[in-house]
Design a protein around this ligand. Structure first.
Ligand SMILES: [Fe+2]
Length: 255
């Protein structure tokens, strides 16, 4: 991991109004049941088609199928490995708060859970998308370094200039890696992006060849339009996570 000093939540400026406690005791048996069903529906496909780093991270952070995770326990397991934390927030964060948290190795994590009538899709991320989808990857040392560096690059861009175009281009790098990233392992396409990990429909379509898969290239990614409301027509596959770490460094010079 990088040589980053651990930054306490008290040191967060932009994000501090959005930090909350997770009231784990308030989750109902019905909600634990929804979590169990969501995890149970995804794992058979993921055991076969998720990348090794995701499956390894799932075990390392101690996620359980039968109940919702305690974020403090997840963070306690991540801390000695990569220094990342899964930090509860009240909902959608403004860009400067979001980047500040990534730069401090704190992943903004929602605590609400979708209900049974929206099992397949929620317009805003919930704890299933955030923890099941994202957090296992934070146990991977190179991915962990990448995400922190990405946050630092974006934080400096959003502070020093008011360039919506630059942030849009950087947003595409996040989208095509953290949210919808693919990796080739022993000649097979595997998923690591949270939008694929947490969505059975989108993941199945991609694995069935329903979208074009291009080799990862930082310039191609930063020039590729995102489809935020429809299925993805184009995605990018890396050969290793070093590629996205390098891309975050290169991105600084590309905006
Ligand atoms: Fe996400």
């Amino acid at each position: 991991m990088g040589q980053t000093a651990i930054i306490e939540v008290a040191d967060l400026n932009f994000a501090s109004p959005y930090l909350i406690e997770q009231d784990w005791e308030a989750y109902t048996p019905e909600q634990h049941g929804v979590w169990q069903e969501l995890v149970g529906r995804r794992m058979p496909q993921l055991r076969r088609h998720a990348c090794e780093a995701y499956l390894d991270g799932f075990e390392r952070i101690g996620l359980q199928e039968d109940h919702l995770p305690r974020l403090s326990a997840v963070s306690a397991r991540l801390a000695p490995r990569t220094g990342w934390a899964s930090t509860p927030v009240s909902g959608f964060l403004p860009a400067n708060a979001f980047f500040e948290m990534l730069a401090a190795r704190k992943f903004p994590t929602t605590t609400w859970l979708r209900s049974r009538d929206s099992m397949d899709y929620t317009p805003e991320p919930d704890i299933f998308h955030d923890v099941f989808g994202h957090v296992p990857m934070h146990a991977h040392p190179v991915f962990a370094d990448f995400l922190e560096h990405y946050g630092k690059v974006c934080a400096s861009v959003s502070e020093s200039t008011a360039q919506p175009e630059a942030l849009e281009r950087l947003g595409r790098l996040f989208w095509f890696t953290v949210e919808f990233g693919l990796i080739r392992e022993r000649g097979e396409i595997k998923v690591y992006g949270s939008g694929l990990v947490s969505s059975h429909g989108e993941c199945t379509r991609v694995l069935n060849g329903g979208c074009e898969v291009k080799d990862f290239d930082v310039d191609a990614v930063m020039n590729q339009e995102m489809q935020t409301s429809e299925m993805q027509p184009v995605l990018f596959a890396v050969e290793s996570f070093e590629q996205i770490y390098e891309a975050a460094k290169l991105a600084e010079g590309r905006v």
